[in-house]
Design a protein around this ligand. Structure first.
Ligand code: NAP
Length: 253
């Protein structure tokens, strides 16, 4: 069986690692091509868009794909809807691998925002020195905030439009609590902005902000396709794939 993993996340790489090699399974991971030097998953990799839902459906047919796991980032809204459409049109089973969102705990000072624009609108009332961890793609939303200073952490260097007063820190997770504590102190950060990405790799910034009593603006997730089987972690997704390979019942799934 040919499995397509729509990737670009830690979980997608972990799933590929769990499944490769599996007798009888050909595994292709797909990356959008946003990151210049991505960490490559185990198995085959292809890079670049498919050309919408129709293009993806054609790719599934051409490459005789027998199952798809959508393991893209919770904020990659378009590809998930494309995958749902293409899988339905091609009658290929699709599993969504979706890490649960973060949940606030005692001591958190979270401010929810429905979008990056809403997060930007909330910032002037919350602080002056912002640790912005929402990635390099949405920086335009913060570009007009001339009175604020930004520490922008991203994998690749951002391009304009972006905030005028900005320092860029090129880095990618996983991050540690000690590292995040030191970062907040060193840059005298007084407010943090994050997407509700979920997962452990980037969660330490939330604990560091909590310890320091800092407000965190948390951007809510965009809608995701409904009615699909969902796995919360790569291990459950691997069980779903093995089940499709006809390797017996899947306990606990
Ligand atoms: P998006 O808005 O959902 O997708 C835009 C277009 O990029 C899609 O229509 C598709 O092009 C192409 N694409 C996206 N993911 C792809 C994949 N895995 N393989 C092949 N083509 C893909 O996604 P995005 O927010 O730009 O994110 C792009 C990628 O970065 C995703 O794979 C995601 O897992 C990863 N990522 C995103 C975020 C985030 O915050 N958005 C964070 C970390 C990682 P076509 O229509 O031409 O097929």
């Amino acid at each position: 069986m040919h499995l397509l993993i729509l990737g670009g996340t830690t979980e997608a790489r972990r799933l590929a690692e769990l499944l490769h090699p599996t007798p009888g399974l050909r595994l292709t991971s797909s990356l959008a091509g946003r990151v210049a030097s991505p960490r490559l998953p185990a198995g085959e990799t292809r890079v670049g868009g498919f050309g919408g839902a129709a293009g993806l459906a054609a790719w599934l047919r051409e490459h005789r794909v027998g199952a798809v796991v959508d393991a893209t980032h919770p904020f990659a809204g378009r590809i998930s809807f494309n995958a749902a459409q293409a899988a339905a049109d091609s009658h290929v089973p699709l599993l969504a691998l979706r890490r649960p969102g973060w949940v606030p705990v005692a001591g958190d000072r979270w401010h929810e925002a429905g979008s990056l624009e809403e997060a930007a609108g909330a910032l002037p009332a919350l602080g002056r020195r912002v640790f912005l961890t929402t990635g390099r793609m949405g920086l335009a939303a913060f570009a007009a905030l001339d009175d604020l200073w930004f520490l922008v952490r991203s994998v690749d260097a951002p391009e304009p439009p972006h905030p005028a007063r900005m320092e860029v820190l090129l880095d990618r997770g996983p991050f540690t609590l000690d590292g995040e504590r030191a970062l907040l102190r060193r840059h005298r950060v007084d407010v943090v902005v994050t997407k509700d990405s979920g997962g452990a790799a980037t969660a330490p910034k939330l604990a560091a902000a909590r310890e320091a009593g800092l407000p965190v603006v948390v951007v809510r997730r965009p809608p995701a396709p409904e009615g699909l089987p969902v796995a919360a972690d790569p291990e459950s997704a691997a069980r779903w794939v093995r089940e499709r390979l006809g390797r017996g019942p899947v306990p606990g799934y």
